[in-house]
Design a protein around this ligand. Structure first.
Ligand SMILES: C[S@@+](CC[C@H](N)C(=O)[O-])C[C@H]1O[C@@H](n2cnc3c(N)ncnc32)[C@H](O)[C@@H]1O
Length: 261
């Protein structure tokens, strides 16, 4: 297991307000490392950065080797007073974590208005594309197409909030994405929150990477069929999630990593 990265995920990253939880952070880590170990290079991009919780994980794992691009409206808390706004808080998080944001690789604006070369001109073709921006159908359709058009042959797209009843149009958008591209794209992994897809030629590689990842051994790997693909569904029982939450809330964050061994 990656003790340094696990410490970063379970302690440092939790100090950044945001949404990626430890199970998906461990999936991101495992996939990025499988790519690095097999010479599958390329840029990393995220639509929907918020205060940078998943962005700083990308920065940490890429360690300056591959470029990490962030796209966000950065207009969540436009404050009239002197309080730091979303973008300033994001930059401050980078300084605090020792992972300074490269502002050349930040796109402030609406992702649905971007052309693929706005991304590839900055970071080349992408090996990992996280979609966590606007959560309505037109956002997911547009962001999925943008990701596809920038993706390296071996690239992964991670869609957030799939099958979350709070965001039903994300589910429709991801299903449409896969049905429209059923000959070219396949799902290889699903978690409580995210759906991971890649080109069909790389499905077996990523399915195996998930099955063999030392950091994902704590989860039940349930083989599931989804729109014509064999998917590893990583089941995280409620009992474990409760123990984890109790530890974090009672000030035992430093030990919470053990719950996921
Ligand atoms: C759920 S948050 C992202 C959480 C983040 N990935 C994390 O790990 O904490 C959604 C973000 O998407 C951004 N967003 C919403 N619509 C967008 C759009 N059309 N273009 C770019 N960013 C958008 C919001 O500003 C917000 O910061």
């Amino acid at each position: 297991m990656n003790s340094n990265f696990r410490k970063f995920i379970f302690q440092d990253l939790q100090t950044v307000e945001g949404y990626i939880d430890p199970p998906d952070a461990l999936v991101f880590l495992s996939l990025l490392q499988a790519q690095q170990e097999n010479g599958l290079a390329g840029g990393v991009a995220e639509i929907g950065v918020f205060y940078g919780r998943s962005y700083f994980l990308f920065k940490k794992v890429c360690n300056g080797q591959d470029k990490v691009l962030a796209i966000d409206l950065f207009d969540m808390d436009d404050k009239p007073d002197d309080a730091p706004d979303q973008y300033e808080s994001f930059l401050e998080n980078g300084r605090r974590l020792g992972l300074p944001v490269d502002e050349e690789l930040i796109i402030k604006g609406d992702s649905t208005r971007l052309l693929p070369n706005a991304i590839t001109d900055k970071i080349g073709r992408t090996r990992f594309f996280s979609i966590d921006g606007g959560h309505m159908l037109h956002h997911v359709i547009s962001d999925g197409a943008l990701a596809t058009d920038t993706l390296a042959d071996h690239g992964i797209i991670a869609f957030d909030d799939t099958f979350n009843p709070a965001w039903p149009e994300v589910t429709v958008g991801v299903s449409d994405f896969l049905r429209e591209r059923k000959d070219t794209f396949a799902t290889f992994c699903m978690t409580k929150y995210k759906t991971y897809v890649c080109r069909r030629e790389f499905h077996d590689f990523y399915y195996r990477a998930i099955a063999e990842a030392p950091d994902l051994m704590a989860f039940d790997h349930v083989e599931t069929e989804f729109l014509g693909s064999k998917v590893a569904r990583l089941h995280n029982p409620i009992s474990r999630r409760m123990v984890y939450e109790l530890m974090v809330r009672s000030g035992m964050r430093a030990f919470s990593e053990r719950v996921y061994r």
